[in-house]
Design a protein around this ligand. Sequence first.
Ligand SMILES: Cc1cc2nc3c(=O)[nH]c(=O)nc-3n(C[C@H](O)[C@H](O)[C@H](O)COP(=O)(O)OP(=O)(O)OC[C@H]3O[C@@H](n4cnc5c(N)ncnc54)[C@H](O)[C@@H]3O)c2cc1C
Length: 349
Amino acid sequence: MQRLAPALQIERDASLRAHNTFGLPAVARTLVHIHSALDVRRVVDHPEYGRAPKLVLGGGSNMVFTRDVAPVVLKMDVRGRRLVEARDDAFIVEAGAGEPWHEFVAWTLDNGFPGLENLALIPGTVGASPVQNIGAYGVELKDRFESLSTVDLVTGRSVTLDARTCAFGYRDSVFKQEGFGGLAGKSVITHVRFRLPRPWQPVLGYLELERRMQETGNTAPDARTVFDWVCDIRRGKLPDWREVGNAGSFFKNPVVTMEQCRDIIGRDPEIVHYPLPDGSVKLAAGWLIDACGWKGKTVGRAGVYEKQALVLVNRGGASGAEVVTLARAIQESVYGRFGIRLEPEPLII
Ligand SMILES: Cc1cc2nc3c(=O)[nH]c(=O)nc-3n(C[C@H](O)[C@H](O)[C@H](O)COP(=O)(O)OP(=O)(O)OC[C@H]3O[C@@H](n4cnc5c(N)ncnc54)[C@H](O)[C@@H]3O)c2cc1C
């Protein structure tokens, strides 16, 4: 007897407040829970939703909703984690797009597959991790990436992509690119595979991790210790979005030429900057915002976090429009003082 796949799980007029870490109010006219690649294909073949615009939603930790959402929302609930292969040079592990990222990182450590510990406690889902090539404490997703599976939102075809095709950059990938060749809004990531090198080597070059080594006298921490340090450092620096709504860093760190940087240093010798291998220089966006006097400020019901000027927060009951108004005011004052245009990191809808 043939077993029928369960029907698509569809919600009408679904509140998105609990589906975004800023806690912003918005309603999705149609929200479809995606549990598998087959569910994506069934949406593509659906008489009503097949041709409709779509928005893929993970944990909503990198989104700012400024209005209700007319496109069909595909809420990623694909679960499952497994060891695909234990090679001599690496463990290959895979997770479904809807797996919570931090729980997945903890699972890899619990099962003896270290390598993702520097990326602990980043909110959101596994499926979104390649979209902006998440990074923290000296490691980016691309450093641990093997391949991913997608389903095309027009043809319903499944495709496996390697790192080259994903075109990872600083908080960037082909999934953020629009136009020819870009995949923004065109495909859904259903599974991601990671390559965790053997033997494991810790990544400890980040200033705050070096400080931990000095403080504890532990200069050869194991992966679990690095995980604990990263969680501890992050808890001290970033607000818990369950208590204070936010989307993490609101702006990307701008990258400028060495000449531009020298010009700014001439006027502001204190500016925090990091030379990059290609000769350009990354400036600390949080420092630029702080220098313009924004830290701790409140505009309407949105504000700038007291401990880190790069994080905008919901002071309670804020709308997306209030958050965007504050973000624009910050952009204008940074441009006015430094001549640098800050680019928002989250997707603004
Ligand atoms: C407190 C806090 C701290 C943070 N710290 C960091 C950090 O250290 N480093 C960092 O890089 N980021 C950080 N972030 C940002 C955020 O957590 C990451 O970008 C995360 O990967 C987003 O996951 P998500 O599931 O919430 O994605 P969402 O916000 O739901 O979506 C983000 C984008 O990805 C797309 N997308 C989501 N899932 C899929 C899928 N399966 N297929 C195709 N497209 C998809 C969406 O359409 C959207 O364009 C932080 C956020 C918060 C709130």
